[in-house]
Write a protein that binds this ligand. Structure first.
Ligand SMILES: *Cc1c(COP(=O)(O)O)cnc(C)c1O
Length: 423
């Protein structure tokens, strides 16, 4: 077998430079809480392929379901010749997502595609053009979703012009907004929408209940419910982007549940199918069904193998109670992170929920972001066999997203490496 070094040489000659990788090691196999490269080196996995393999890599039920499906048929296109598993995934999503009202779902391939379709549905149903998004938001890399995403480098730089009718308002970011309470922070955002856009022009308010790429920003309590209430009164479609937070990651099936928020539409992807590409928009039947027949779809959306994997993943989450596992991981990890923070003035804050935790790194005694220190700590983790990710508008947040099936031993070893990397 080729070594990681050999593969890296081939990659540089074959793969576009714009596609980066966190570690230069090439994967041979992965499962539970570890990834092993072609040289036999093992990493504790605190990334889960960016919150995708919540049920673990090659989860037994997923492997079995994929194998069975791939032998029956691989693709017919649901828009041409439909099949049961697509319908069954939609039934599961309608039942699992918050809100007791009638729902419908549509399936797509990627998170960005789900977000694009949520915007299409909201615009179609309301007849309004504008979409409101937040500072630090991340919604994808397609043209519309680049416009919705806040951060220039690396996501938007020189990729414009971008889609129009996108308006950005302040996020509740307690560490950096002087600790504004949720209601006050929401009032500030709402006033900006009403004065600068006009509520009657707004089709959708799109928000991540806990921001992902933007820095694992957890809004102050009350922020999401206040926005939800305003959207209802203003006839604005409230869209929760749960692509990173969904599927047990934060200790509930969906992060919105924490404050009892019921979105009109939810976008889903990442953790949905144990690593196979699948995404969804789930929401109120009257909004989803407003769109004419043939108005939604795509060649691969709801591919039968991905649907089989999703059904097996959801079953795994239910049987292993991975929401409870996420809360347990969060308790163990949170305690260790707070101990690190207590002894290291570079850590401005430990935040997140469940198995979606992060630390924000600053110049001690200030709130000045320190992306260089963040990168150095991350590199020390990688060198010592722990796969961590960074995020944040300022590149100064270390985020931790272990698979929810990580063992106590693997979690403990990962946290030991992390503590040592802080020095
Ligand atoms: C990853 C992500 C997306 C984009 O999903 P892709 O599958 O990469 O297109 C959108 N929104 C959020 C919150 C994400 O974390």
């Amino acid at each position: 077998m080729a070594t990681s070094e050999e593969l890296h040489k081939r990659r540089v000659e074959a793969v576009a430079r714009g596609v980066g990788s966190t570690i230069p090691a090439y994967v041979d196999r992965a499962g539970g809480g570890t990834i092993t490269d072609v040289d036999g080196r093992e990493w504790i996995d605190f990334a889960a392929g960016i919150a995708v393999t919540n049920v673990g890599n090659s989860a037994p039920r997923v492997v079995e379901a994929v194998r069975a499906q791939v032998e029956r048929f691989t693709h017919t296109c649901f828009m041409v010749a439909p099949y049961e598993s697509y319908v069954a995934v939609c039934e599961q999503l309608n039942a699992l997502t918050p809100g007791g009202f009638g729902k419908r779902s549509a399936l797509f391939n990627s998170g960005a595609e789900a977000v694009e379709n949520a915007v299409k549905i909201a615009r179609h149903a309301t007849g309004r053009p504008a979409v409101v998004v937040f500072d630090h938001a991340y919604h994808g890399r397609t043209n519309l979703t680049m416009a919705l995403t806040a951060k220039n480098m690396p996501y938007k730089h020189r990729f414009g012009p971008f889609a129009g009718e996108v308006y950005r308002v302040p996020m509740s970011y307690p560490l950096r907004d002087g600790g504004l309470d949720g209601a006050t922070a929401a009032a500030r955002s709402i006033e900006m929408i009403e004065k600068q856009v006009g509520a009657e022009n707004v089709a959708a308010l799109l928000i991540e209940p806990i921001q992902g790429e933007g820095g694992f920003v957890v809004p102050a309590e009350g922020f999401l419910p206040a926005l939800r209430e305003w959207a209802t009164a203003a006839g604005v479609v409230f869209v929760a982007d749960e692509i990173q937070t969904g599927f047990c990651r934060t200790g509930d099936w969906f992060a919105c549940e924490h404050e009892g928020v019921e979105p009109d539409l939810i976008t889903l992807a990442k953790g949905i199918a144990g690593g196979l590409p699948l995404a969804a928009v789930t929401g109120r039947a009257e909004l989803m069904d407003a769109v004419h027949v043939g108005g939604l779809g795509g060649t691969y959306g709801g591919n039968p193998i991905a649907c089989a994997a999703a059904l097996a993943s959801i079953e795994t989450m239910r049987e292993l109670d991975l929401a409870a596992a996420a809360r347990r991981i969060g308790a163990v990890m949170g305690e260790r992170l707070r101990a690190i923070a207590a002894g290291d003035p570079r850590v401005a804050e430990v935040r997140g929920r469940g198995a979606m935790l992060a630390v924000e790194i600053v110049v001690p005694g200030t709130l000045t972001p320190d992306p260089a220190a963040t990168a150095a700590i991350s590199a020390a983790c990688h060198a010592a066999g722990l796969l961590t990710l960074t995020c944040g508008t300022y590149g100064n947040v270390l985020r931790f997203l272990p698979p929810l099936v990580i063992s106590d031993d693997e979690l403990g070893r990962g946290l030991d490496i992390l503590a040592a990397a802080f020095g």
